[in-house]
Ligand binder design. Structure first.
Ligand code: SIN
Ligand code: FE
Length: 291
């Protein structure tokens, strides 16, 4: 079962003890969620204007590509967009500082992905079952293959009314894989090249991406599994932060409004123990390379 490991860090940009670094690395790579109950992301007074679901246009999130400054998914006016961009860039910088102090081993390999602001109440969103994050899943995205990279995410609950963000956490990655890998078909020859040529995927979908997508979909489609598998409910209170390898941790976001999130990609070879990576676990179970 997935564990939540608490660490008493309260400042984003502050050196961490060697003991905390070791503990964090070990817990994260073994599939735990790192929880920082005292690590609050503070919003400026003016940024209070951004705390409305109407900031997101039709999508559930607003996303920012920090390298180009491109903001997507918001229907806010010019002044609000400026505020939003500044706040999200500050969150991206804060999460980067936290990771560089807490997980210095990863520093050389981490690639920054999108930053997101999530102003819509999860429980009120309506989506297709495949996009429904209230169902337990491991992260895998149809258009964004990761190949030999991990998905590492930093979340902060910035709810101003004291509302928690409630997640369910399920069984270990290896248990999920043992359950769903046997029913997976091998990728059909030529299909992945075609997806890339048509621009449906950003780059080539590897056999690993194919099997991860299969697991993501089968977990979400299996309502019996959703209700019966061993799981815990965990409340990330307002003003707290957490980190997880979301390609490994079986998670479902049930309730909550207003969170910030930063995605990073990490090459499997940068891990202290690459044998814990979903790629390596699936390769071991499949008995072949999946790259
Ligand atoms: C998810 O990654 O499934 C959603 C997490 C969240 O928004 O809390
Ligand atoms: Fe997810």
């Amino acid at each position: 079962m997935t564990n939540v490991v608490s660490l008493p860090i309260a400042i984003w940009d502050h050196p961490c003890s060697a003991a905390d670094q070791q503990h964090a690395l070990d817990a994260l790579e073994h599939g735990s969620v790192l929880f920082f109950p005292q690590l609050r992301f503070s919003m400026e007074e003016l940024e209070g204007r951004l705390l409305s679901p109407t900031i997101a246009a039709k999508s559930k999130n607003v996303s920012l590509d920090c390298s180009s400054g491109t903001l997507r998914g918001s229907s806010a006016d010019e002044a609000e967009l400026r505020l939003l961009r500044t706040m999200m860039q500050r969150f991206a910088a804060s999460s980067g500082a936290l990771l560089s102090h807490l997980l210095p081993r990863y520093k050389a390999g981490l690639v920054q992905g999108r930053t997101s602001f999530r102003p819509v109440e999860i429980a009120k969103r309506s989506t297709s079952w495949r996009k429904d994050d209230t169902r337990l899943h491991v992260d895998s995205f149809p258009s964004s293959p990761v190949r030999d990279k991990r998905i590492l995410r930093v979340f902060s609950n910035v709810n101003p009314h004291g509302q928690s963000r409630t997640w369910r956490l399920g069984e270990s990655f290896e248990s999920v894989a043992r359950r769903y890998l046997p029913s997976a078909r091998r990728p059909v020859w030529g299909v992945r090249q075609l997806l890339r040529l048509l621009g449906i995927t950003k780059g080539r979908r590897s056999a690993y991406d194919h099997f991860m997508l299969h697991m993501h979909d089968r977990m979400k489609a299996d309502l019996d599994y959703q209700s019966k598998v061993d799981q815990i409910v965990f409340e990330f209170h307002a003003g707290s932060t957490w980190i997880a390898f979301t390609d490994q941790v079986s998670h479902a976001a049930m309730r909550g409004q207003y969170a910030l999130e930063q995605t990073y990609y990490l090459p499997v070879t940068c891990m202290l123990d690459p044998s814990q990576a979903p790629l390596r676990i699936l390769q071991r179970l499949a008995g072949r390379e999946l790259i």
